[in-house]
Design a protein around this ligand. Structure first.
Ligand SMILES: C[S@@+](CC[C@H](N)C(=O)[O-])C[C@H]1O[C@@H](n2cnc3c(N)ncnc32)[C@H](O)[C@@H]1O
Length: 255
């Protein structure tokens, strides 16, 4: 765990993304259509895992952050026994999937920009090659990523953006939050720091370092690991991509 680890506090994570719901129906539909076991890479606190489980899916989740999995564990404990029986989760690196995972997943999802935790092409390749090796014949790999957004990276790093007031579920008190960000050209990484200011002045921070990739770089990796794009859009509603799209929602199958 690093200083200002964005995944250190599952409650803060859930608070930050409580209104990020645009992808839930999309992944639920894929899960139902999959008709078999699902693997979620970077399952976190189960923001998507639980809605898929509630729809009747069987999901194995992998995540590196013990803290996030503890958040998930608490939520799973509140499910009924049938639902609990359909979810398993493992503390592991998605670049090196544990041997005991199944090899017949009909759907493997790598959602919510988790790919940007990869530091280079090799990390992406390792993750996708591992996914391909766990995929049932005819299975699908689904992911969504950001595409580079020069305007966002040009923001003044000293300025604060996206000011919001949350009600902190841990204390019931207001929590003032804002974002700052900068672009590191050498590592092609977009850094975003979320600051949370408590009423007593205490600050908490979450620092996300998101490695960006061009579309053609990712396409080359898909081809290298034997995957082809079968569906793509710039959002979860299926809007066709354009050269200026900032989001890429993709479904892949074996080439
Ligand atoms: C943006 S969160 C997405 C969590 C969840 N899928 C959701 O949609 O809310 C990315 C997750 O990937 C996990 N993660 C980052 N690097 C990882 C790695 N190398 N192996 C496994 N999990 C990783 C983080 O701990 C975090 O929970």
């Amino acid at each position: 765990m690093t200083e200002d680890d964005p995944y250190a506090d599952p409650a803060l994570y859930d608070l930050e993304y409580a209104d990020h719901t645009e992808d839930i129906t999309y992944y639920q539909r894929l899960a139902i259509g999959a008709g078999g076991p699902i693997l979620e890479l970077g399952c976190g606190t189960g923001r998507l895992t639980l809605p898929m489980i509630r729809m009747g899916a069987r999901v194995d989740g992998v995540d590196l952050a013990r803290t996030m999995l503890e958040g998930l564990r608490l939520k799973v404990a509140a499910l009924d026994a049938t639902q609990q029986g359909r979810v398993r989760f493992y503390e592991a690196d998605f670049r090196e999937l544990p041997d005991h995972l199944r090899t017949d997943y009909t759907l493997i999802i790598w959602p919510f920009n988790a790919l940007h935790h990869c530091r280079d092409e090799r990390d992406v390749e390792r993750t996708l090659a591992g996914a391909v090796s766990r995929l049932a014949p005819g299975g699908t790999v689904a992911l969504d990523v950001y595409l580079p957004d020069r305007q966002l990276y040009d923001r003044d790093p000293s300025k604060t953006y996206e000011h919001r007031i949350f009600k902190d579920p841990r204390s019931g008190l207001p929590l003032h939050t804002w974002e700052q960000g900068w672009w590191d050209e050498a590592s092609r990484t977009h850094h975003v720091v979320y600051t949370y200011k408590h009423r007593n002045g205490t600050l908490e921070r979450a620092h996300l370092a998101l490695r960006m990739f061009e579309r053609d770089e990712l396409e080359a990796i898909f081809a290298k690991v034997g995957l082809r794009v079968v569906q793509e859009a710039e959002d979860f509603e299926g809007t066709p991509t354009t050269p200026t799209s900032l989001k890429w929602v993709i479904r892949l199958q074996r080439a």
